[in-house]
Design a protein around this ligand. Structure first.
Ligand code: ZN
Length: 253
């Protein structure tokens, strides 16, 4: 199932399920309890929002060998994790805002895992049952500030620096080696395969929940392949994962 969150014509915000005829609206949320309504809205005219409102986004650095190498970093021996604030999340079509503090804002296309239930000290073999599904994500990064600060909080924490969407796909298995691509103004910048991750999705759930409890709706960003590069005012950023769709975001000041 593909789960979206949308603003309807009467300005209500609802979760929905994508069906052949359009988006069927649901009462409640997939993270607590929900039930379908009779209302189906047109997919093309729906205003989609981020498909989840996480309490935190836990991101993983240097999880693709070639990306670690392009920034002259070693591949870590255990997952390198950091937090992006919940307020950095935006949805499809929302603008990534370039902060005046930075002269080097870059895209990082990533697979986003969406947690479905409270997860603490989860074993690798149980990890899949805690994942509601997957969506497309971006770990937008002010590279100059990340380098200058020596930690990631400011460089990766600005408002709008975590686009997510368009939908949470509950039937997705990232072990099939799907392609993860990123285009700026139609030109391909990143083109990787998910099976090249150093630490796989189940290992990441186990590692992170050994440190902190993940709540329903929380997101794990699983790292970016090589090819990260600059974004400037007026760019259109398109991030695509086979089976999950395309996430489009304009870039603005
Ligand atoms: Zn990243």
């Amino acid at each position: 199932m593909k789960i979206v969150r949308a603003r309807t014509d009467d300005d209500e915000i609802s979760y929905g399920g994508v069906e052949p005829e359009g988006i069927r609206l649901y009462r409640g949320s997939p993270f607590v309890a929900w039930e379908p309504t009779e209302v189906v809205i047109d997919f093309d005219s729906a205003r989609l929002l981020s498909p989840t409102i996480p309490t935190k986004v836990v991101a993983v650095g240097r999880n693709f060998v070639a990306h670690a190498a392009e920034l002259n970093n070693p591949v870590p021996e255990e997952p390198l994790i950091f937090i992006k604030p919940s307020t950095s999340v935006i949805g499809p079509a929302a603008a990534i805002r370039l902060p005046p503090h930075s002269k080097q804002v870059e895209h990082e296309a990533e697979l986003a895992m969406v947690i479905g239930k409270v997860a603490r000290h989860v074993a690798v073999e149980d990890a899949a049952s805690y994942v509601l599904g997957y969506t497309v994500g971006q770990d937008i990064t002010a590279r100059d500030l990340q380098r200058r600060d020596g930690h990631f909080t400011r460089g990766k924490g600005f408002d709008t620096f975590c686009p997510l969407g368009p939908a949470i796909e509950t039937e997705f298995d990232p072990l099939e080696g799907q392609r993860l691509t990123c285009r700026v103004n139609g030109v391909t910048r990143q083109d990787g395969v998910l099976s090249d991750m150093v630490f796989g999705v189940a290992e990441l759930v186990a590692f992170i929940t050994g440190v902190m409890t993940l709540l329903p709706g929380d997101v794990i960003l699983t790292g970016t392949p090589e090819g990260v590069g600059p974004l400037v005012d007026g760019d259109l950023l398109e991030t695509e994962i086979e089976g999950l769709g395309v996430l489009k975001n304009p870039v603005a000041t």
